[in-house]
Design a protein around this ligand. Structure first.
Ligand code: SF4
Length: 154
């Protein structure tokens, strides 16, 4: 992650419940899951890990991701514009919008602030908090890289 100074004074963010980040938008369209994400979600549904994975995941370019709705636009768990598994939502959803790849001034402005109505509102996250969240997302991605991926479906 670049250590630019542009967010030294922190960034404001408060989810406005728009559901926009749960709907496919090109390269950020899928929800990728590390093993801990799948374990937590399996517990939420009272399923075994394998059962959860088979029912709700597909493998995509070497990683697990959530299946999408039949028309391939929104997350299966988005109900009435709200996350129906909020307490067990995966890392990628919890760490939005402080993903390492968007923590650059230009990208933030173009791809996050213009897209997400929660940016600039509510809680002021300090630089330290922002980087801790981005680090959590990084660790999740590293975990995905290390996980051997059996082919389940495509
Ligand atoms: S798991 Fe929940 S927060 Fe994440 S994309 Fe799906 S509906 Fe949205």
């Amino acid at each position: 992650m670049k250590k630019g100074n542009w967010y030294n004074k922190g960034l404001k963010f408060q989810c406005q419940g728009s559901g926009k980040c749960c709907i496919s938008r090109g390269e950020y369209g899928y929800v990728y899951l590390d093993k801990n994400d799948r374990i937590n979600m399996a517990k939420f549904f009272k399923l075994r890990l394998g059962e959860f994975t088979k029912k709700y995941c597909v493998s995509n370019e070497g990683y697990y991701r959530l299946k999408t709705s039949p028309h391939e636009l929104e997350c299966l768990f988005l109900k009435d514009n709200k996350c129906s598994i909020y307490s067990a939502r995966p890392t990628q959803c919890r760490t939005w919008p402080f993903w390492p790849e968007v923590l650059q001034a230009k990208t933030w402005k173009k791809e996050v602030a213009q897209f997400c109505p929660g940016v600039g509102k509510g809680k002021l996250y300090t630089r330290k908090e922002i980087e801790a969240i981005a680090h959590e997302q990084n660790l999740s991605e590293l975990l995905m890289d290390k996980e051997p991926l059996p082919k389940i479906n495509t």
